[in-house]
Design a protein around this ligand. Structure first.
Ligand SMILES: Cc1cc2nc3c(=O)[nH]c(=O)nc-3n(C[C@H](O)[C@H](O)[C@H](O)COP(=O)(O)OP(=O)(O)OC[C@H]3O[C@@H](n4cnc5c(N)ncnc54)[C@H](O)[C@@H]3O)c2cc1C
Length: 356
């Protein structure tokens, strides 16, 4: 009865990124009335390395999202200096892709609109929650999904805490930039230096994404000089945009579900971008929100969310910790080159596609 009222929805989603749109689309697939708030619009180009791991591709197919122009990725190749490298393939049955983030976002917004999701290109300013319902601006719903990315103010508005590391030596910084160039390789290339890594991802047959993650604040053009082997490859090509990114990368919400509230994507947890799994977690956690709502058992989301993030946590947390100190970074790299099976295990972990 309530859901037939004009401004009443089953689910309101704050944030139209990968997590928010996955929640909206999946809930709409299940027949729910959904409204999404996001002022940035469908063309927002969220800074990202743009590598989509196989579970993300599988989830997008399940959502019926048209995969936009993209580059198939064959595997991951680590370059550790002194001409040494290690390679691990994704495997034939595991499709990974480099996709321009703006195109992915547009495809997800289109799919949501097709399914009747109402999208308001405005910020969620007034957010409140009671025992009976949730209220965002002028609209009311049974449930609220907060998918507004890392460092979201909305978490605070509903009484959830978000934690980030304050000390600069425990923070990571990330920037990305696109270069207009035919990719020279079909894998994600990772180049390591003392305090930073550079990730090369082909995203179309004429564009390459270059992302840099560092333990220190940096300027893109300045730090790029540390990677002469990459500079030589992009020599003479034009940049497609300015460098853009985020700091600090680490973010965690105090809870992922509380009463009528669900937290998905980076708003719930983001450790680091080094494994290229942010979108996988965002899309799959968004879908898990919809699943818990459709099953009428909101508290189950905590369990579903754990099922989504445990691999990421297990792989990223120790590697991140080890990469913080120079001598440990060097040991890690020697391990990767000395025992290529380790990298293969890591990539198999990234590729594992869940049953649902
Ligand atoms: C440098 C870098 C490289 C990365 N590389 C990769 C990679 O290669 N592969 C990968 O999978 N992931 C990568 N990631 C991570 C990935 O980008 C994120 O994990 C992913 O974008 C999370 O999606 P999300 O939907 O949770 O948040 P977001 O994409 O940040 O979306 C949040 C949305 O909420 C909206 N919003 C915020 N506040 C409000 C409000 N009050 N009202 C309404 N809307 C609001 C914003 O406009 C935004 O559209 C990278 C990240 C960085 C920083």
């Amino acid at each position: 009865m309530r859901s037939q009222q004009h401004n009443f929805y089953d689910l309101i989603v704050v944030g139209g990124g990968s997590a928010g749109m996955a929640a909206a689309i999946h809930a709409a697939q299940g027949g729910k009335r959904v409204k999404v708030f996001d002022a940035a619009g469908p063309d927002f180009d969220k800074p990202c390395g743009e590598g989509l791991m196989p579970p993300a591709i599988q989830a997008l197919q399940q959502l019926g999202v048209q995969i936009p122009e993209a580059s198939s990725l064959s595997g991951v190749k680590y370059f550790v200096g002194r001409g040494q490298s290690a390679y691990a393939p994704f495997g034939r049955s595991h499709l990974a892709m480099g996709i321009r983030r703006r195109l992915l976002r547009q495809s997800m917004w289109l799919r949501a609109a097709e399914l009747g999701v109402v999208i308001a290109e405005t910020t969620a300013d007034k957010v409140s929650v009671s025992h009976q319902s949730v209220c965002v601006n002028q609209d009311t719903a049974d449930y609220l999904c907060i998918a507004s990315g890392a460092h979201s103010r909305v978490l605070k508005d509903v009484g959830l805490r978000s934690s980030t590391r304050k000390k600069s030596q425990t923070q990571r910084f990330g920037l990305r930039r696109h270069v207009n160039l035919k990719p020279w390789s079909d894998c994600v290339e990772v180049y390591w230096r003392d305090h930073c890594e550079l990730y090369v991802t082909p995203v179309s047959n004429k564009c390459v994404n270059i992302a840099i993650l560092s333990w220190q604040p940096f300027q893109f053009d300045h730090i790029l000089k540390l990677f002469p082997e990459v500079l030589a490859k992009i020599d003479g090509a034009t940049w497609d945009d300015e460098a853009s990114g985020r700091a600090p990368l680490l973010h965690r919400s105090s809870r992922v579900q509380s009463g009528r509230i669900f937290v998905a994507g980076d708003a719930a947890l983001f450790l680091d971008a080094m494994t290229g799994e942010g979108n996988t977690l965002a899309i799959r956690s968004g879908m898990a929100v919809a699943r818990a709502i459709m099953e009428g058992r909101p508290a189950l989301y905590r369990w579903y969310w754990l099922q989504v993030v445990w691999r990421y946590w297990l792989l990223t947390a120790p590697v991140l910790l080890a990469s913080r100190h120079l001598w440990m970074r060097n040991r890690l790299l020697n391990l990767v080159v000395g025992f290529p099976a380790l990298l293969r295990i890591g990539v198999t972990f990234l590729s594992a596609t869940p049953k649902r």
